[in-house]
Write a protein that binds this ligand. Structure first.
Ligand code: ZN
Length: 282
């Protein structure tokens, strides 16, 4: 299933994302419109969706979509989870997952405008995991059963705010309004070709900045789910931003940051793309 959010209502999208069904309407009220409620009852939704043809539904404008998971209880994020990114940052690869949070208010739709509050706003394309059943102390072998699906995410970072003083403020510098665009849809794992190996890219305008594969994560998705759930409960709809590959702007030579009018395009194989225009904030 490809599950999207338009005006707070759950949509079931067809494979190319251009058409879809309003789940509450199409199910005659069997399912409510709230995308968060659906995440807690995915099995029932999947049974119903098997009899639907969303590709025959009404046209869907991706620019009108909100975040596919609009109000998770927790948004975990992992720093330095690709060896090439740790190397470019001049830091040793971590021995345990480096965990911080993006506050849920930063989540935004796949075409949200990104306000630039400083001259040092940076990009980080990331695979985002949405928790389905969740739980505590989930074994690595069972971890993917606790996951609802994946979407594309951008861990947009105001490096001026993040590195204003020591120690750095990861959570605040990465949680300004619209600094967590996700989508375009939550893709359930049965539709993902290989949950542990997907290509991901990030372009600024026509320039390719990042080009990686999720198999190069230091801590793969099952390890992250197991590690986090050992310390905190994972609840339906919780998100995990799983880290970014090499190519961010703040460690390039010369340094490169997002500028007014530029469009940031983030893609993950089989999941779709985000297109976020950047605008100077006054
Ligand atoms: Zn990140």
């Amino acid at each position: 299933m490809r599950l999207a959010n338009r005006d707070g209502r759950l949509l079931l999208l067809g494979a190319d994302g251009t058409r879809g069904l309003d789940v509450a309407e199409a199910s005659g009220g069997r399912f409510g419109p709230d995308p968060m409620v659906a995440l807690a009852s995915l099995d029932a939704l999947r049974d119903w969706a098997a009899g639907q043809d969303p590709a025959q539904g009404a046209p869907v404008d991706p620019a009108a979509l909100g975040p596919c998971v609009p109000s998770p209880a927790s948004v975990f994020a992992i720093g330095l989870n690709y060896r090439d990114h740790a190397e470019e940052a001049g830091l040793e690869a971590p021995k345990a997952p480096m965990v911080f949070t993006k506050f849920p208010s930063c989540l935004a739709g796949p075409h949200a405008t990104v306000p630039l509050h400083s001259e040092r706003v940076d990009w980080e394309v990331e695979l985002v995991v949405a928790i389905g059943r969740g739980g505590r102390a989930i074994a690595e072998a069972d971890a993917l059963d606790a996951v609802a699906g994946y979407c594309v995410g951008q861990d947009i970072s105001d490096r001026a705010l993040q590195f204003k003083d020591r120690p750095p403020q990861f959570s605040l510098g990465k949680s300004l309004d619209a600094y967590g665009p996700i989508g375009p849809a939550l893709v359930t794992l049965d539709e993902v070709s290989d949950p542990l190996d997907l290509g991901l890219t990030c372009d600024v305008g026509d320039e390719r900045m990042q080009d990686g594969r999720t198999r190069d994560m230091i801590f793969a998705v099952p390890e992250l789910v197991a590690y986090l759930s050992r310390h905190c409960p994972l609840r339906p709809g919780d998100l995990i931003f799983t880290g970014t590959p090499a190519g961010v702007g703040s460690v390039r030579e010369p340094r490169r940051y997002l500028a007014h009018g530029e469009v940031l395009t983030s893609r993950i194989e089989g999941l779709g793309e985000l297109r976020n225009r950047c605008e100077r904030a006054d």
